[in-house]
Design a protein around this ligand. Structure first.
Ligand code: SF4
Length: 358
């Protein structure tokens, strides 16, 4: 019998007719689907979380194409080549993106469970303007020859859509390399297709091992978290895999104080550690999702820091071609002189502490 997750992938919702089974499609949504030549689609499970009547539903906005994608005033052309340093002199396979000395991103496939409208890899996985060759063997050979690499991020597309056998092979090959200390997998499936967390998957990538596997998922709105998500995360943890979240700050979806706080509290209730909130990157065609850079730091200040459990504090970062730039709120130190610091807390209260000489 075909596994449920494969059934979900086989029945991806990616036509107007299919979508109409889940929601009352608005005129704008219909026009975007009919006129834009863009790949889109979602698992039936994730589609079932959409609000039937509200075009502003955060799930609809992440999944259904928008006419606004044609506008590109602020996005950078060839964004991915810039962001992933693909035009540098170091010779690397297409599958290897490098921004740091000791870690790389290893892209193993281009297929996803849903095609996020805000994806910064849109040129590659959604629009397919960028053609790269993701040869897994070539990537593995490159990593084997680079002993300075200690941490590999397996990414895509969505790598958890590989079969159990392929994943087992990939993880085993990396674990065989003496310089690899940890493996990370970037996957939206715990959120958009929790059915993928099967006994077979757990056996393929989990278990006690000196090279641990960490999964970072992407959840941007509390509505994306269900009982199924919670069970999938528990199953991953039960075989030694920690799950973190890398949210994207998205205008009109999670850029208000209440939603931002609820998202981070609900992640913790689901045993997912809030790890990063990414500024929505300047990739082409996603201007309508982007806030000013300062917005994320303001939300950390106004929704999280001091307002809720310390564990619910992700790092807010700007991902660039020179690595991630943390952007934390800078309101803490109000003033300093030779003798003391004046500091402010999340409520705006002020206090003073002595300043140490250098
Ligand atoms: S799942 Fe990830 S790679 Fe795929 S479209 Fe969404 S953000 Fe992009």
């Amino acid at each position: 019998m075909i596994e449920e997750w494969l059934e979900q992938m086989k029945n991806q919702v990616n036509t107007l007719e299919e979508l109409k089974k889940y929601i009352n499609v608005s005129d704008d949504e219909r026009e975007a689907i009919e006129t834009l030549k863009t790949k889109w689609g979602t698992t039936p499970y994730f589609a079932s979380l959409m609000d039937k009547d509200d075009p502003n539903c955060p799930i609809r906005k992440q999944v259904i194409p928008s006419l606004k994608e044609q506008i590109n005033e602020y996005g950078m052309e060839n964004y991915l080549v810039w962001k992933e340093n693909r035009a540098t002199e170091e010779i690397r396979p297409d599958s290897i993106a490098r921004q740091y000395h000791d870690r790389v991103a290893f892209t193993v496939m281009q297929v996803c469970g849903i095609y996020c409208r805000h994806c910064f890899r849109k040129e590659l996985v959604v629009d397919r303007d960028l053609q790269l060759n993701f040869d897994v063997e070539e990537g593995l050979a490159w990593i084997a020859e680079h002993p300075e690499i200690r941490d590999v991020l397996i990414t895509g597309g969505d790598p958890l859509l590989l079969s159990d056998e392929k994943l087992e092979y990939l993880i085993a090959k990396l674990r065989e390399m003496p310089h690899i200390e940890m493996i990370r997998i970037g996957s939206r499936l715990p959120i958009v297709l929790p059915h993928r967390i099967t006994e077979g998957l757990k056996k393929a990538i989990g278990g006690f091992h000196h090279v641990p596997v960490w999964i970072n998922t992407q959840c941007n709105h509390p509505k994306e978290i269900t009982e199924k998500t919670a069970k999938a995360v528990y199953e991953l943890m039960s075989c030694g895999i920690n799950v973190g979240n890398q949210a994207v700050l998205l205008k009109g979806i999670n850029d208000d104080v209440d939603t931002f706080r609820e998202l981070h509290q609900k992640l913790l209730r689901t045993r997912i550690r809030p790890y990063y909130v990414f500024y929505c990157e300047p990739a082409p065609g996603i201007d309508h999702f982007r806030t000013p850079v300062e917005k994320g730091a303001e939300l950390i200040r106004d929704a999280l820091r001091g307002h809720t459990t310390g564990l619910a504090q992700p790092m807010y970062v700007l991902a660039t071609n020179i690595g991630k730039i943390p952007l934390m709120p800078d309101y803490y130190i109000v003033d300093k002189n030779k003798k003391e610091y004046t500091v402010r807390n999340y409520k705006g209260e002020i206090t003073k502490i002595p300043k140490m000489p250098d």
